[in-house]
Design a protein around this ligand. Structure first.
Ligand SMILES: [Zn+2]
Length: 76
């Protein structure tokens, strides 16, 4: 049985180069492909987005060493 469910995951991004920190809430649509592999479609502000773990450049200094940390809170 294939189920699709949506979670709202808030991530904190931290730049080691300039110290910038910011948070983004992603909507994650979880489903399965026909082979049963888990799929996750991310969106941000209603628009399709890369996974938060895929790497996001710093909005201040452009560093690509930004780390993403998922905030621990109930989703939904
Ligand atoms: Zn930075």
């Amino acid at each position: 049985m294939h189920e699709t469910y949506i979670t709202h995951d808030r991530y904190t991004f931290s730049c080691p180069d300039c110290g910038n920190r910011w948070s983004v809430t992603y909507e994650a649509r979880h489903s399965q492909d026909p082979d049963g592999a888990e799929l996750c479609m991310w969106s941000r502000g209603g628009l399709p987005s890369m996974s938060p773990d895929a790497g996001m450049p710093c909005e201040v200094c452009g560093s690509v060493r930004v780390t993403a940390t998922r905030e621990l809170q109930p989703s939904g």
